[in-house]
Design a protein. Structure first.
Length: 365
């Protein structure tokens, strides 16, 4: 008996997108189904970690039997629906929408060091050949460049009111540190009482930076490297600060680390980072970072030595303490930054080496 794929699909919910018949799960949006089919529907207000918003209207598609285009990110897929994602009429509409959005911005092309999503607007403007000078008139957004927080640049003249920053702060982080004030051309992203970020509930996780599609919110530390001529290279690694194991992409120019961005596909963090993972990478190249072990001298000064001498000195100190105060006088603290193999070796060292169960790790707090 020959299996007929169409008969199997007939017993399930099905939708046709650009001539391709596919099944879907009840509750999925047109955009989600189309994305699964590798259809490249443009968006500016969409972040798949957040509730669909439908503000930018770039994701509009044609649906047979519906008079006007619908926003694919907020429209649920229905059984038997026939969708066209990029007919000429829709593509022309998208270009006009982009030109309206681009007319708001002082600058379209921004440095990618500003944030993970900072190139989204410029990429779409270039793809559609949209002009940013077609629509003249009033502009919205007033920059707060005087905010003296050390991490986040608030360049709201680049803002397109997609509200991704406000939504990620509320929905993803639960901080509600920023909000939307006023309406129309007076719309402004702000904090409670229009205070600086450091005086708000902001935890400086950096999520608003990484979701901003225009670079209106930017990484102050990363953009210090804009003048360096080398290209930006990203290297996937694991944040060293705790035992969660968040995946991050370290950005380098030459041999210098210039920034960090969260990995959206990281199994532990799914694009989230705390203030340490996002901003505190300076220790790696700090001039005061220890590169060799130090032994404290009788006069209180420290002497730089080789590892063999340092390990011998440490072993002698452990032996003296155990002989004088007993095995339970020794207490081990394992690092949350260490891999499993190192953590196992540490507990074996304390339990088998010294005969005590006094061991913990720095991640308990």
């Amino acid at each position: 008996m020959i299996n007929d794929p169409s008969s199997a699909i007939a017993s399930q919910l099905a939708i046709t997108i650009d001539g391709q018949l596919t099944t879907f799960t009840e509750g999925e949006t047109i955009y989600q189904v189309a994305t699964r089919l590798k259809k490249n529907i443009p968006t500016l207000c969409y972040d798949d970690r957040l509730d669909a918003f439908g503000a930018c209207r770039l994701c509009v598609v044609e649906v047979d039997g519906i008079r006007n285009p619908v926003a694919s990110c907020t429209t649920k897929a229905n059984d038997g629906m026939v969708v066209k994602t990029a007919p000429p009429k829709i593509e022309k509409m998208r270009k006009t929408l982009l030109e309206l959005v681009a007319s708001e911005n002082r600058q379209i092309d921004v440095n990618p060091l500003r944030g993970l999503a900072s190139q989204e607007l410029s990429t779409l403007v270039n793809k559609y050949g949209a002009r940013n000078d077609r629509f003249k008139g009033a502009k919205s957004g007033t920059s707060n460049l005087k905010d003296e927080n050390p991490f986040i640049l608030r360049d709201y003249e680049q803002c397109i009111s997609c509200y991704r920053c406000v939504r990620v702060c509320a929905e993803q982080e639960g901080d509600y540190a920023i909000t939307v004030a006023n309406r129309g051309f007076h719309t402004q992203i702000t904090t409670e009482f229009d205070s600086d970020l450091r005086d708000s509930d902001c935890t400086f996780c950096g999520q608003c930076i990484q979701t901003c599609p225009t670079g209106a919110l930017a990484d102050k530390k990363a953009i210090r490297a804009e003048t360096l001529s080398e290209p930006v290279k990203k290297t996937r690694t694991v944040c060293p600060y705790c035992a969660v194991g968040c995946s991050i992409d370290l950005m380098t120019k030459g041999d210098k680390i210039v920034g960090a961005q969260p990995a959206m596909d990281g199994p532990a963090n799914k694009g989230a980072l705390c203030i340490k993972g996002q901003f505190t990478y300076d220790f790696i190249q700090h001039e005061d970072r220890l590169k060799k072990p130090l032994i404290k001298q009788a006069d209180g000064t420290f002497k730089e030595v080789e590892w063999d001498e340092a390990l011998k000195k440490a072993a002698e100190g452990f032996a003296k303490a155990k002989a004088k105060y007993g095995r339970h006088s020794i207490f081990g603290i394992a690092s949350g930054r260490a891999p499993h193999e190192a953590a196992y070796s540490m507990q074996k060292f304390i339990r088998a080496g010294f005969g005590t169960h006094h061991i913990d790790n720095c991640s308990r707090a």
